[in-house]
Design a protein around this ligand. Structure first.
Ligand code: HAM
Length: 415
């Protein structure tokens, strides 16, 4: 019989990758909790119309990436390509669109993109949406959450790019100049760019055409059209958070979704290759009205968990959570199992892998390293005699210390 394989771009997430993803989720949910956000869960399947009206007719998502099908009732449904639209739809449906909400979510998203490193057709996002908040302190708050993620996950070699798309009036003035400038372009616009120009001209800045990009780099910049409040916001972000995170003003950043209005931002990492953006977001003050709701200014972002995982792997960041406990002889088994049980009861958030087999110490250390263990606890002859354990760090410092049973329980509690 022929074997059945998974769908291209929708890999099974397995063992270590799964564990890493669970760990990332745990860290992120703690950060979100500490910012007083509440978790929200919306369905994976929505009416196709929701994504057409939110991500927009010029977005790649609606044009070529959405997974849509008619159900048995001939209703067009789609697998969600992102989380923001569903969250806003849900708030409107519950008639909660006149109050403030600070929400986060996590789950699978689906886009029919060409699979490559860091790009899948099913992937996981964790997202935050602050709904009902006007431009100002909520923009700073959202960047502070991004900062906490950078710090907690040690993403110091990543850059946060920011831009402001202006309000309606700024945008109109900028676009009229941009279109005037575009008239002098001698190249041929692709069909895709022509369509963008027709439906949402600002998105032309996001063109994939290298010549056109180069042409725009010498043209009018939105930053020169922003109001003093809008410029102040960009300045404030840089001065408050620039100490913790590398922030770069990028006036060509427009983002691939149609719903953005004011501040937009994207985090990129040099560890990711072509798909270097691992976090993206911005303000979307018009989305609630576009979906039939009340005026509800809002701002949010989402992170791709697989891309974060890749960064972690590239940087070889070991999981703090895995520790391997090894012995050198079977006569130590009774004591070793007792110590392992005591250790676990002191900190259930650590994965304690016991390796009390007959394999050599060298093989056990190799296995522990492969597991991504941060430390190995070794009970050899000397330790067995002296009621102690040797702790070997797998970090670059590679230190090794001997601890009494009491000391190791204290150490384990605080890892
Ligand atoms: P997005 O930039 O389309 O924004 O996606 C956010 C993140 O999801 C990306 O930075 C990337 O890490 C990840 N991602 C996107 N496509 C793929 C893919 N094919 N494979 C793997 N990872 C991927 C949004 O989705 C907005 N909803 C963010 C937002 C929330 N804006 C306001 N609120």
């Amino acid at each position: 019989m022929d074997k059945i394989s998974s769908i291209r771009g929708m890999p099974d997430v397995f063992e270590y990758d799964s564990n890493y993803l669970a760990e990332l989720n745990e860290i992120l949910s703690k950060i979100f909790f500490s910012h007083n956000l509440n978790e929200v869960n919306t369905p994976i399947l929505e009416q196709t119309e929701l994504f057409v009206r939110s991500t927009g007719v010029t977005s790649d998502i609606v044009n070529k990436e959405i997974y849509s099908f008619n159900d048995r009732n001939e209703q067009s449904l789609s697998l969600r390509p992102e989380g923001t639209a569903g969250v806003v739809r849900s708030i409107i449906q519950k008639k909660l669109d006149s109050s403030e909400h600070k929400l986060w979510y996590q789950g699978p998203m689906f886009r029919y993109e060409r699979p490559q490193k860091g790009r899948f057709r099913q992937f996981n996002q964790a997202g935050v949406e602050l709904l009902g908040f006007e431009e100002g302190s909520s923009d700073l708050e959202i960047i502070s959450i991004v900062c906490d993620i950078f710090i907690e996950l040690e993403l110091e070699d990543s850059v946060l790019k920011i831009n402001h798309l202006g309000d309606k009036e700024t945008k109109e003035r900028f676009l009229s100049e941009l279109l005037k400038y575009l008239k002098t372009y001698k190249g041929e616009l692709s069909d895709n760019d022509k369509e963008k120009l027709n439906k949402n001209p600002l998105r032309i800045l996001d063109s994939k055409d290298i010549d056109l990009k180069e042409f725009f780099s010498k043209g009018p910049k939105i930053i020169d059209f922003l109001s003093s409040d809008q410029l102040n916001l960009l300045d404030n972000i840089q001065s408050i958070f620039g100490k913790y995170v590398e922030i770069e003003l990028d006036s060509s950043l427009v983002r691939g979704l149609d719903y953005y209005t004011g501040l937009v931002f994207e985090a990129v990492s040099s560890n990711l290759g072509a798909q270097d953006s691992f976090l993206g977001g911005g303000r979307y003050d018009e989305l609630s009205k576009d979906l039939g709701g009340k005026e509800m200014p809002a701002i949010g972002f989402a992170i791709g968990l697989e891309r974060l995982n890749l960064i972690k792997k590239q940087k070889n960041i070991k999981s703090k959570k895995v520790i391997s406990f090894v012995t050198t002889s079977s006569k130590m088994n009774a004591l070793a199992f007792k110590i392992a049980q005591l250790l676990r009861s002191h900190n259930y958030s650590i994965r304690l892998e016991t390796n009390f087999t007959d394999a050599s110490l060298k093989a056990k250390l190799r296995k522990a390293s492969k597991l991504g263990a941060k430390f190995v606890f070794i009970m050899g002859e000397e330790e067995f005699k002296s009621d102690s354990i040797t702790v070997k760090s797998f970090d670059e410092d590679g230190y090794q210390v001997n601890m009494s049973f009491e000391e190791i329980l204290d150490f384990y509690k605080d890892i």
